[in-house]
Write a protein that binds this ligand. Structure first.
Ligand SMILES: CC/C=C\C=C\CC(=O)SCCNC(=O)CCNC(=O)[C@H](O)C(C)(C)COP(=O)(O)OP(=O)(O)OC[C@H]1O[C@@H](n2cnc3c(N)ncnc32)[C@H](O)[C@@H]1OP(=O)(O)O
Length: 308
């Protein structure tokens, strides 16, 4: 709960927000906003969190710290009732240059110090697991994540954005499933998620076997992104607007929708139906369903929903 919401009644907060649209920018207490070394987090609208990859001097290359912080950030926002939707973008000239190659190379000497193959494998397994969990944190986060990609998104970056719910990009954006070019099979999600995102196995194989660049228009054509913008600024502005629209709806409905979409992607139609039937036995008893249905039925203004 923010300091303001502790001292002001909800109605007073609503009145202040209607007088000053900028009031929402001040709404969240800075104590509620997690702080990181490699990420910048802000709250541009009530219930909307904006996370930026923030190593612009290194083109947002993902070093170990960033892998750790991405996981921690999405886990924290998932648990934060003040957060209902998240925009993920990046500071500086491009979205991300992928894994930090210098940081990754540090593993070589560390492995060389270990004599036994099983112990070397354990060390590698732990790192791969940590990096997989970092990316999966976007998918596990119950709040919708809208990714706004500008300029370039390489290697680890494509893994990251395919774990998001919605992907947009600028018209100069390009993408690369670049792992083969650095001599490795991709291992943090792109081979699992990209075929499901684009629904074109042949194309994914072509991209993953060659590591070739593909540009915004192609990404839009095959459905990896759903909108293309002329500028980063207009894209982020629209992403925040979309996040705000989602945040005005029932968090019970939105979060269960995400949970069921993720579950259904990996299960049969029947299993997906079973999943939502079992969840909705409970969630249709929530006040959100009652209030939203009553508002529709009586043509009243949409209700506000309490925090979840
Ligand atoms: C368990 C494993 C999990 C995940 C594995 C993921 C695999 C991958 O991510 S594969 C992809 C790896 N990335 C790359 O191959 C891209 C490397 N970078 C480039 O090709 C270029 O930097 C560029 C993106 C084309 C941009 O070129 P340019 O505009 O000329 O900028 P630079 O001068 O090259 O870079 C500026 C600055 O950023 C540093 N940097 C860029 N990319 C990386 C990187 N991937 N890792 C570390 N650092 C990077 C570059 O060194 C420069 O820093 P200075 O300090 O100024 O030298």
């Amino acid at each position: 709960m923010s300091a303001l919401s502790r001292v002001l009644r909800p109605r007073t907060l609503e009145t202040l927000r209607s007088i000053s649209p900028n009031f929402v920018a001040m709404y969240s207490n800075s104590a509620d906003i997690p702080k990181f070394e490699t990420l910048a987090v802000s709250v541009p609208k009530q219930f909307v969190y904006h996370v930026q990859l923030n190593r612009p001097d290194k083109l947002n290359a993902m070093n170990r710290k960033m892998w750790l912080e991405v996981g921690e950030c999405f886990q924290k926002l998932g648990d934060n009732a003040d957060c209902r939707a998240i925009v993920l973008s990046a500071a500086g000239r491009l979205f991300t240059a992928g894994i930090d190659l210098k940081d990754f190379a540090k593993m070589g000497p560390q492995l060389a110090e270990i004599d036994d193959v099983a112990r070397r494998c354990r060390m590698l397994e732990k790192t791969i697991q940590l990096y997989q969990d970092s990316i999966s944190s976007l998918e596990k986060c119950p709040k919708p994540v809208i990714c706004a990609v500008h300029d370039a998104c390489i290697g680890a970056g494509v893994n990251l954005i395919t774990a998001a719910d919605i992907r947009w990009c600028t018209n100069n954006a390009w993408f690369q499933v670049r792992e083969v070019a650095i001599g490795m099979a991709a291992d943090v999600g792109v081979l699992q998620r990209l075929p499901k995102v684009v629904g074109n196995d042949s194309l994914v194989r072509e991209l993953a076997f060659t590591g070739r660049k593909f540009v915004a228009d192609e990404a839009k054509e095959f459905g990896m992104v759903s909108k293309v913008f002329e500028t980063k600024e207009s894209m982020v502005e629209k992403a925040v607007e979309l996040a705000e629209e989602i945040s005005g709806l029932s968090p019970v409905a939105v979060q269960l929708t995400k949970r069921n979409l993720v579950y259904s992607r990996d299960h049969s139609v029947q299993e997906g139906l079973d999943h939502i039937r079992i969840w909705n036995q409970t969630m249709l008893q929530s006040e959100d369903f009652l209030n939203a249905t009553m508002a529709q039925a009586t043509k009243s203004p949409p209700p506000t929903f309490s925090k979840l």
